[in-house]
Design a protein around this ligand. Structure first.
Ligand SMILES: [Zn+2]
Length: 93
């Protein structure tokens, strides 16, 4: 499985979990809101740790844009190529 497919699968499972916990917070008990925040934190840590480019080890969801001369970092959707080195992330490894 390519790193791009892994990242799409990982983000899909994470978003579904957080959405389910938010629905549980509304329907069952407010304590599920805390679990949704914990799940969001764990999702951020895991995607930064495990979803890296196989050749340069740069987190593939981390992007940088220069706006008025200042670089800004944001976390985007899974790209087809590494935003750092240009490696094709659709290939199986
Ligand atoms: Zn790379």
């Amino acid at each position: 499985m390519s790193i791009r497919k892994k990242s799409i699968l990982f983000l899909s499972v994470g978003v579904i979990n957080i959405f389910g916990l938010l629905v549980a917070a509304l329907a069952i008990h407010e304590a599920f809101l805390f679990l949704a925040l914990v799940a969001l934190f764990v999702l951020g840590i895991c995607q930064r740790s495990f979803l890296k480019c196989p050749s340069c080890r740069h987190p593939i969801l981390k992007r940088t844009v220069v706006f008025f001369g200042e670089p800004f970092t944001y976390w985007g959707l899974p790209p087809q190529q590494c935003p750092h080195c240009g490696e094709d992330l659709r290939q199986d490894r």
